[in-house]
Design a protein around this ligand. Structure first.
Ligand SMILES: *Cc1c(COP(=O)(O)O)cnc(C)c1O
Length: 305
């Protein structure tokens, strides 16, 4: 059974133990690049069209050359097939600005305003899903709220913060998760300076009240979530009232349930929030099933707007 698969964007299956990056890759030097994390289930990449669409959007935000989505799709399918159907995999699509020395020595005419030569680094890596995932899906997670130290007004006025792009600069997100671990928590919900709920370091926050679902809008500086979108598509069909609205930390406590949604874990119910236990509502299995169905259905690239 393979436990890692590495495919470069040209479709070549590589030995994952052989070096791939050059020492001057800007992705490594500065975290300057973008990624997508995709669940591989039954040998297929879930909701791949939505991931491709968001990859394109993120590339645009970072002034990277427009990704060849057809080439990405083929390479992702190759990687998923190599991974096989035996178990779930966590597939990462990685796109960095490429090599620094090549960017700085390329003739000025071939450079973009951002100073790069047109040769990004692009590859796909599949590994087993993390161990925490099974437990998070089955039993839920403990979560603490942490301030992100920014206002929801910032995102629309500060495009250089790349709030709506999935960038490789995740050091602070990982630090937040380590901080949570020291507090015996599994995950984090970020809040804004005005105590509005934002997102998790790697997930979208959705709260449920009766037959209503609410998630913060992208304009508040959160990444538009693919798993959340998949849930909304199924929930709307099933007669739920699905909304994009700002809400506050206090609204978390009065919700019937809180969910962290992400492409690999899918749906994790918040079982403990800042030490307060939250018991599962009757609809908890229904929500998890809608997420499952939503990510498994066929999507069109134009569904991502
Ligand atoms: C990836 C990510 C999400 C959303 O996850 P999906 O995989 O799109 O469901 C939300 N917030 C952050 C910070 C993320 O990195």
């Amino acid at each position: 059974m393979v436990d890692r698969v590495l495919v470069t964007l040209d479709g070549t299956v590589r030995d994952p133990d052989e070096p791939l990056l050059c020492a001057d890759d800007i992705g490594a030097l500065r975290g300057d690049g973008i990624f997508e994390t995709v669940l591989v289930r039954d040998g297929k990449p879930c909701a791949i069209e939505l991931h491709l669409a968001r990859l394109r959007r993120s590339a645009e935000a970072l002034d990277l050359p427009e990704p060849d989505l057809g080439q990405w799709r083929t390479a992702v399918e190759t990687a998923a097939k190599e991974w096989g159907t035996e178990r779930e995999g966590q597939l990462r699509m990685i796109l960095t600005r490429g090599r620094d020395s090549i960017a700085s020595t390329a003739p000025a005419a071939s450079r973009k305003p951002s100073g790069q030569a047109a040769s990004p680094t692009a590859y796909i890596l599949v590994v087993p899903v993390p161990e925490r995932v099974d437990k998070a899906r089955a039993e839920g997670i403990s979560v603490i709220t942490l301030s992100r130290g920014i206002s929801v007004d910032l995102a629309p006025n500060a495009p250089w913060l790349l709030m709506g792009a999935k960038t490789l600069s995740y050091a602070t997100n990982m630090a937040a998760l380590r901080f949570a671990a020291r507090m015996d928590a599994d995950d984090v919900i970020y809040t804004s300076t005005e105590h509005r709920v934002l997102e998790g370091p790697r997930s979208t926050v959705v709260i449920q009240r009766d037959k209503q679902l609410i998630t913060p809008p992208a304009r508040n500086g959160v990444l538009p979530g693919i798993t959340q979108r998949a849930l909304y598509a199924e929930a709307e069909k099933a007669g739920w009232d699905c909304r994009y609205e700002s809400f506050f930390t206090a609204d978390l406590i009065t919700a019937d349930s809180i969910w962290l949604l992400g492409s690999v874990t899918l749906a994790a119910r918040v079982a403990t929030l800042d030490g307060l236990r939250m018991s599962p509502p009757d609809c908890a299995p229904e929500i998890a099933e809608m997420v499952d169905r939503g990510v498994s259905r066929a999507w069109n690239i134009a569904d991502w707007t």
